[in-house]
Design a protein around this ligand. Sequence first.
Ligand code: ADP
Ligand code: ZN
Length: 720
Amino acid sequence: MRKFELLKKHFGYETFRHGQEDIINHIMTRDVLAIMPTGGGKSLCYQLPALMVEGVTIVISPLIALMKDQVDSLVEVGIPATYLNSSLSTAETNSRIREILNGQHKLIYVAPERLLSDSFYELSQRIQVDLIAVDEAHCISQWGHDFRPSYKNIPRFISRLQTRPIVAAFTATATVHVIEEIKSLLELKNPFSVITGFDRENLFYKVVKPTDKYRYLKNYLQNDFVEGSGIIYCSTRKTVESLSKKLKDHGFSVAAYHGGMDSDDRSHVQDAFMLDNTKIIVATNAFGMGIDKPDVRFVIHYNMPKNMEAYYQEAGRAGRDGSKSDCILMYSPADIVKQKLIMNQNMMDLDRHQIQLENLQTLVNYCHTNNCLRSEIIGYFGEVVTADNCGSCGNCLNDSEFVDLSIESQKILSCIYRTDQRFGVNVIIQVLRGSKNKKIIDWKLDKVSTYGIITEYSEGGLRELIMNLIARGFIRMTVDAYPVLKLNESSRAVLKGEEKILVRKERMDVKDAKRKKQKRKTDFDFDQELFDLLSEKRKAIASEKKVPLYVIFANSVLEELAYTMPIQKSQFLEVKGIGEKKFDSYGSDFIDIIETYLKEKNIEADGFESKTAEIYEDVEVSDKNRYEQTHELYVQELSLEEIALKRGLTASTIVNHLVKLKSQGHEITINQFMDEDKTKRVNTVISKLGTESLKAIKQELDEDITYSDIQLAIAHMEMF
Ligand code: ADP
Ligand code: ZN
């Protein structure tokens, strides 16, 4: 019960946050490794036990700049604490050491660099240390992103204490590698490990792929950002500077922040942000360690970060006060290339490099998943995912429809196969789109059967689909400086048509993906009376000009006029089949008729837009060649006759198509059309008579064998 009293008395809270109580209970008896997200409430997990143990608690923290704040706020709530670091004068240090020796403090914050100093060693021998809290414990790991060599001193320091205290390590980083390193390098004893509370309900996650990032950002700031503050992360100082200038020019309250600025400027910017004098910070990842502003309403990543840890840590700075906040990640393939370049330049050893690339890929996959983003994140951090729709992330709230891109996916997969699984995304895209690039020609990739079989997609659209397939495991991408696409078991299922590939329509609408065309529906209830009036007018004009009726306006145009009833020039011009010229010649005559009619009938002259929208539907431009159209029906497992019927072609033409498709790399078998027994019978006759005369073959066989059966059997032999 004591802990609840302390919680209320010192911290003013009634309840623990998810995971806190469990951690605190364990800290009283054994070592603990707690993995909690940024803002999850780690500090309380050692500050409260510090009050319950007899001796003092040493908090090892890398953030010298924050120690003062942390200690001040403890003192504020009646918890005696102090810190020792390089910012203090000798006199100040000595006086603090005296206070500690007098037993005046429950918590002592130190930087890891100080642990092995003589004076600190001496001090630690003279006091009772019951608990050691290692904050930001991932700093001990070389695999982590903030490696801090002096963290390695911690076990040595502990071993020199007279009795070994309990050691509790805290971090927000949770890759398997890092966790294992923390446990072993810190020499934790049978630690209670817990991963907790990665779900932050008030954060809204979203991945966007705007063709114009700046425009998206500006729109967001103008329309969706009302109060509080926000952080925009960029990957380079240069981007920080140019973006913040641009935003400033557009009148936003912004300041830039990056590691290249001098420290005065930086703290000035930070203060202005904390005091709400600057609303928005545009920064590199140098900004944020310890930023604890409660009302950060959005964190936008203008560039892709390097991995999920970094992303989540930065995004987690939004919404600390529990109010709804946005975490928006702007995806762009160029950023991935950039990150890889940085990784290549800083390559230290191959293993580490490999892990970095894998970590990056995880984030790339996050950008392409159709699943709930929240569950992707918390699942990544090892937490159990309970719901598959959180109802508050970009994917769960996305009600845009899915399109079936199974055929396109099959083409991509067979292209990877046809080029021997030796190339990366770019080459595959070029082959599929039939690029005339010299490299492609030199490598003779224009000779493979899948060359140029996808023409209706832009490069970006195709890349999007390929990335999507990678993210969903239908293609394996090797983790390498030059990643290569490979097939796996799941690819087979797609190739065989056992697995449908559905992709969000909007995802594929990136700029110039599948082209769309509008088509007027034919069945709408236009106003017959008005139609007749318009028709009369048309007749009058036609006979006066001595031209056929349709030269003036086609029937379909009159029908549309009689339905949408346009009365303004702009509306009139929207009707398909009416251009400026026709409007000039006849527009006013027809508008007069419509207007008079509306008045007479007392009809409101609105609804033009919605009526127009009603009678037009989006149709895909049929860029598909005849073979592809056949293929689409083939994968639907229709019979040969059905396909022929639907295509308006003969069965033997369809058979020819199938042979062609097979040669283009499609998975085609005839089992779908003909059972084995039939095939066998036909083959026996063919082996006797050859394939010269279909008629002769037919005569040798029973009635149930059709001409197309024979053709199929022949095709089958040619195909294999
Ligand atoms: P971390 O170190 O994990 O990033 P902090 O320890 O700084 O996070 O805590 C984040 C915020 O959550 C702080 O403002 C803290 O006061 C608040 N907090 C911690 N525990 C609780 C609790 N049990 N109830 C309400 N708020 C809490
Ligand atoms: Zn969700």
